[in-house]
Design a protein around this ligand. Structure first.
Ligand SMILES: [Zn+2]
Length: 266
């Protein structure tokens, strides 16, 4: 039998304005990690990485929960065992955050997308590698009830694929919001989509649906300069979302779905 007590020495601490776990946006935010002096040499050449895993200790967590419903995202979802959830309440509240490296200055590591509050002890930092990428994992659909949050989560997924916050990313996220409303989880193996439009939009839709061209063939693309349209199919349902002839330099957020798109569902 192994010893029950494991000694861990934190390597640093999160410096962050947000001090309460429930005030932390689910998608995380910009944060700084102060690395303790004796561990600063471990940052050598970390600049070669664009993304990092941050392992931290959610010191404010409740440690006696084994099953919980992800109520913060959606009040109507059923309970799950915490080993299938990312909730911070768990027996050993180790935080696992995938963040984007921004810069390092002396003992300060700046990252984006960190969901740990100010004062959180940091246990370890590891690089995110290509081998970590599973393009279309099977996951339960933990759908955010709040459309603003849902759209932020879609934007984060789309950005992870496309890496450019261009106009087509904004349009792609709007299309995804409509498709999700009509068809449910966009990564479902039984959703197929055809994208007619620029490469940027195809990229974004692929990032949001995790659809591949084959095995199974869920994605079709056609570059088309004149008309921009996505056609979605699930079982007997068909959804067509076509971009209207709109001035895209105007503020997209001000346009309603039916002003921006011609939507047909049957
Ligand atoms: Zn783009």
């Amino acid at each position: 039998m192994m010893e029950n007590n494991i000694r861990i020495n934190p390597v640093g601490e999160v410096i962050q304005d947000v001090k309460q776990p429930l005030d932390m946006p689910i998608i995380g935010k910009l944060g700084m990690i102060k690395i303790y002096r004796q561990y600063v040499p471990a940052l050598f050449k970390i600049t070669d990485n664009s993304h990092l895993w941050i392992l931290s200790w959610f010191h404010e967590a409740e440690r006696d929960m084994l099953k919980v419903a992800p109520k913060r995202l959606n009040k109507s979802l059923p309970e799950r065992g915490i080993f299938g959830l990312r909730t911070f309440n768990r027996p050993n509240p180790i935080g696992l955050s995938l963040v984007e490296f921004i810069k390092v200055e002396d003992d300060s590591l700046y990252v984006a997308g960190l969901d740990a509050i100010g004062g959180t002890p940091v246990l370890d930092i590891k690089p995110y590698f290509e081998q970590d990428i599973i393009f279309s994992p099977r996951t339960p659909y933990i759908r955010a009830e709040d459309p603003v949050l849902r759209s932020e989560m879609f934007k984060k997924e789309a950005l992870a694929q496309h890496r450019e916050d261009c106009i087509w990313l904004k349009i792609g996220v709007r299309i995804a919001m409509i498709a999700d409303e009509h068809l449910g989880k966009l990564q479902s193996p039984d959703i197929r989509v055809k994208v007619m439009g620029p490469g940027c939009l195809a990229d974004v839709i692929q990032g949001l649906t995790r659809a591949r061209f084959a095995n199974p063939p869920r994605l079709e693309c056609e570059s088309n300069k004149k008309e921009v349209e996505t056609i979605w199919k699930k079982e007997e349902k068909k959804l067509a979302v076509k971009l209207r002839n709109t001035d895209l330099s105007s503020n997209l957020e001000e346009l309603k779905d039916n002003e921006l798109f011609d939507i047909q569902f049957n």
